[in-house]
Write a protein that binds this ligand. Structure first.
Ligand SMILES: N[C@@H](CC(=O)c1ccccc1NC=O)C(=O)O
Length: 325
């Protein structure tokens, strides 16, 4: 008897283009059981400071490998999940989104000679608009609606919260204006790790070292940084996200690029402003829960190069969603 190793490479992979302005308007899909209802998709938004051309949707592959490799363990350790059908059956598919990038000084491009669809000249809100288009495309193609966990690393974590902040006005009860942009169904849960949430503050703590990439993505005016920063959002994430269940914020002590206050300040805001309750401490019914997980391991890029701890966080999110069914 031989066992097939469950790896991303053993899944059907499809590369889709969801836009035509840039070659980066593409996303990868690894199908597990795409037609099955009652399962979740796991959708990844990579980091790379909105600009690093070396970080693409393919950076999710090691995480997919670890998620598949650990799916049996994830079913074994909580008996309750077995009764409910097992977490190993919880995943319908994986998707990973590329989006237009801002210029990177180490990878200069000549606008005069670079084909338009290869030129990395994006500025906010291009990145988040692409994430939104990619999700609309995925939901139209695979029909999973809000049955997905949105996973974001670093800048990708910021994009996950910007998605909530800029979601359809109808979900806030405000009459929808004639909007040109389509809005995707929001996720059931968000996993954001080593995330950037307060652009001014994190840049100040690192002595201004991040100003070039924040300027590249959001412009020179620090006011525009605050306007886009997840911690500074002037609305209410819970109101914007009526069907949202769970947020996991991960932070690694090994991360030399994004420090502990980033995660702490975002967690505090989600509790104090948006009314999230700590996972395991609330009344249970209908509450949106938050888990601030600080024993994640791996330096800023090690974490996705390995994927092991990303898999761990994804399983926690899937288990939490299953427990609420
Ligand atoms: N490798 C990136 C830097 C980067 O990704 C980064 C640096 C500091 C803090 C956060 C980062 N990434 C967030 O997405 C670059 O070369 O721009």
């Amino acid at each position: 008897m031989h066992k097939t190793q469950r790896m991303a490479a053993s899944l059907r992979y499809v590369l889709h283009n969801y836009g035509s302005q840039s070659l980066l308007q593409r996303l990868g899909v690894w199908e597990v059981d795409p037609a099955r209802e009652g399962k979740y998709w796991v959708v990844y938004i990579h980091g790379g400071a909105w600009r690093d051309p070396r970080v693409t949707h393919e950076s999710f592959v090691p995480s997919i490998d670890w998620i598949l490799r650990t799916s049996l363990a994830a079913t074994d350790d909580v008996g309750d999940n077995n009764i409910r059908g097992g977490t190993s059956n919880a995943i319908a598919g994986f998707a990973s989104i590329d989006y237009r990038l801002s210029p990177h000084p180490d990878f200069p491009q000549d606008p005069a000679t670079t084909p338009k669809d290869q030129y990395r000249g994006a500025q906010h809100p291009d990145h988040i608009n692409d994430v939104r288009s990619a999700l609309v495309f995925l939901q139209r193609t695979y029909g999973f609606g809000g049955n997905y966990v949105l996973v974001g690393h670093s800048a990708g974590g910021a994009l996950a919260f910007q998605l909530l902040a800029t979601s359809s006005p109808s979900s806030t009860g405000v009459a929808a204006e004639a909007t040109l942009t389509e809005h995707p169904a929001l996720p059931s849960a968000i996993v954001s790790f080593e995330g950037l949430y307060d652009f001014m503050a994190v840049d100040a703590r690192y002595g201004g070292a991040y100003a070039t990439f924040f300027r590249g993505a959001f412009g020179d005016d620090p006011g525009s940084w605050d306007a886009a920063a997840p911690v500074k959002y002037t609305g209410n994430y819970a109101q914007k996200w009526p069907d949202g269940k769970f947020i996991l914020l991960g932070w690694s002590a090994d991360d030399t690029l994004v420090d502990e206050p980033e995660a702490d300040n975002m967690a505090r805001r989600l509790r104090d402003v948006d009314g999230f309750v700590n996972e395991g401490q609330g009344e249970g019914v209908g509450e949106k829960t938050l888990l601030l997980l600080k024993d994640v391991r791996g330096n800023h890029d090690e974490i996705w190069r390995s994927g092991e701890h990303i898999a761990r966080m994804v399983w926690i999110a899937l288990r939490t969603l299953r427990a609420e069914l």
